[in-house]
Structures are given as structure tokens and as C-alpha cells.
Write a protein that binds this ligand. Sequence first.
Ligand SMILES: Cc1ncc(COP(=O)(O)O)c(C=O)c1O
Length: 462
Amino acid sequence: MIVLPLFALYNIKCLFSIFIKKFCGTHEPTRCLELSELGRKILNNEELTLSYLGKCVQDSYNPTTNKGGYVNFGTAVSTLCDDIMLARLNAPGTFEFEAKDLHHSTMWGTSECREAIANLLTRLLSPDRPLHADNVIVVNGGSAAMEVLACNLFDPGDVLITPSPCYTRIFRNFNDRFQIQVVDLFLREKSSKYGETATFELTAALLEDGIRDHIARGKNVKGFMLVNPNNPLGDVYSPELVVELLFVCNKYDIHFICNEVYAMSIYEPGFEFQSVINMKPLPNPNKTHIIWSVSKNINLPGMRLGAIITWNEEFIQAAKNGCIYSSVSTVAQKIITKVLNDPGWIEEKFLPTHQQRLREAALKTRAVLSSLGIYVRPAHAGFFLWADLRPHMKEISIAGEIALFEEFLNHKVYIIPGSVVHCVEPGWFRIVFSLQSDILDEGMKRIAAVLKGLSTPKKLHN
Ligand SMILES: Cc1ncc(COP(=O)(O)O)c(C=O)c1O
């Protein structure tokens, strides 16, 4: 069962290292003697998503100033609410320097910022189990949160399991500097027969099998990370499933890390989401941790501010002792504090607008893709859709997927192929839709042009 996916991933790695060399350019592996072993590993491990984020930022499509630039359907950010966010941040009284902003503060987060996060999460996600500021550690983003968890909970070689397709940075964030072995728990289409709905279903039994399998192979399974709502699938996992997963982790005495960076980006009305912060009783509160960030939840990735929520006192103390490496600028904390402490704006204006605009953009993108004969899996949250492009591939393989990816790049459209996010079923792509409508329209035109240039699509879904 496990051999095939591992082999598939090995192929993905090889193909993508060739691909990255071709498109992103890379450094000569042997000519970097000045670097440490770890430095060399990181140097030679260039990543497609970060490379293309850089390329797209430098040469991004603009309808008036850069018509030939990239349309970035690859990076999961939302610019849909930039107008209201800018108006709020530039409003008089949002920020003014005081002497204390010029100097050191508590580096695990100012008490004001931790309190503002605790209060916001209590109001929005955890009314039954109010969150205290002492259980919040502020760090510079969700990515840094993963590193702080990696550093303080895991030893080199320990295993962290995460469902795939996944947010691939989890692998780098845990492995680059702390050498934790992140392994996929592969989710599959329910049936590989064409015409059936794809499910990519996660179950507690699948997790338990995965844990057992790695233990049987002599691994020290130390943790499980669930991304809920899911990136790249856009699924919101039911509270019942999350409880079952918590119990499986408790049974094997492993850490349960719930990444809730999309918790406030659920755009289907009436969809039930229950944060782990609000669950009680937790089977193992000492081994339950939540990641939160302003990057997706309030569309401020440039602020580099995230948080770890945990009830583990020892972990909190260890994180505080090491927090100088992940501390956030007092300026960013002060601005975020002001915004989060404004329920009249955040709850009544920002979040409803954010969710409504996400919904509209998702519906529009789905409709255009469907008109192009592309099956798009149902989704309820996040900034992306999970689309099946197999009907447009010359061959249904990783090579076929990369060929189509390259075709899109030739038309200056960047879309993440499923193999980059560790999908074992070739042909799926993640398409980010949370873009201003003129950019979205241009990108859709380019996708249509690429697909029209290919041979007639095959019909796979009803
Ligand atoms: C699931 C998930 N976690 C973390 C991050 C990164 O968050 P941050 O920008 O706060 O480091 C992302 C960004 O795409 C993400 O999708």
C-alpha cells in the first residue's frame, strides 16, 4: 500500500528538481563549500512555490502597466478586501508611535496583542471555552509557529504525519532546520474510475493505519497535523471527525496540531466549523496545539504575525525561552491589536465582506472552469479550488501534469500542479481564485487559450 505512493513521490521529487533547474535556475550543488552542511541542504533544496512567488511578485500582470506579466493562481493569498483593509489601516488613530514601540517588549507577544487574539478567538471560535492570553504565543507567522512546535516537541528523525494533498511547506518547516521527518497520509479519490465524484476522504481509520504502519517500521511517530479548513482541498472537517482524530492521537500518545489558518475564510453560509480551541473535554490537552495566523484569516500576510494556542505549560515556557528567534515587530503587533479589538469592524464589516467576496469569486471561477469542461471538486473554504485537468492532459502521469503546467507557464499563468502538493493522483491542480476580478478574468482567458490549443478534451466526470 505504502510502496507505490513512496515511489510516486520519489518520481515527483526527481521530476521537480529537473523542472526547478530548468525554470527557476539553481545553484551548483558542489560549489558552495563556504556553507554548512545544513546551509548546503537548504541551498540545494529550492522550492517551486517560493520561486514562483518571487517571479510573480517581480513580474505580475497589471492591466495597465504590465499586460504581459504573470497571473498568479498559485500563491494562496486574498487581495479581495484590500480596499476595506487599507481604509481601516489608514484611518486616523489606528497607529501612532509611542516610546515603548521603539524598544523591546515581551518577545512571545505583547500582553495587548495576546489578549486581542485570545478575545477575538473566544468571540469567533470558542465561546464555550474562553481562551486566555497566557495560552497564546505570538510568532512571526503560521510558518514560524510550525518551527517553534518542531523545535520544542520533536527530536530529529521523529515523524509527523499529515494528510496529502497538503500544504507542502509543512514538510520544509519541520524538516529544514529541525530534521523532523514529515510523512504523507495519502488521501485518494474514492474510485479511480472516471465519472465518479472525487472525495479525497480523510478518516480516523486511515490515520490509525498510517500511525501503525510507521510504528511497525520502527519510526517514532510524534505528531499529526490537520489543516482544517484544508489547503488545497477547501474541505471543512466535521467536528465529529476532528474528535475521532483527536482520540486516535491520544490512543498513540502523539501530539495533535490543528492548523486553523483558514478558520475565518469559510465562505459557504451555514457551514459548521468547530475550532479545536472550543472542544471540550479534549482527550489530551497537553498534546493539543492550534496554529492561527493573520495571513489568511484577515488577509495580512505581509504583517508576519501568527500564534500558537496551547495548554501545555512546559511547551509555553520553552517557547518563551526561545522566542527571540520568532518575535514580531512591536509595530505590527500594535496595528493588529487595534484592528482585532474593533469588533464593530472585524465582525460586522471585514469578515462578512471577506467571506462574501470569496464566495462570489469561487462561484465565478467554478462557473468559468465548468464552461471549459473542467471538473471542480466541491469546496467550502479557503482561497482555492481543486480542479481535475486530466481531460486536457496528453498522458495521465506526473510527466503529463508537468507538461500542462509548463504550457500554462508559457502563457504566463502560474497554477500549482497536484504533484507539488503531494497528490498521488496525477492531473489535479490547485487554482487560487481570491484575486481582483480583472486579474481573475485575464487568467481565465489565458487558461481557456491554453486548453483550446490542446487536443479535444476527454470526458471523465458526469
Ligand atoms: C495551511 C497553511 N499554514 C500556514 C501557512 C503560512 O502562513 P504564514 O503566512 O502565516 O506563515 C499557509 C500559507 O499558505 C497555509 O496554507
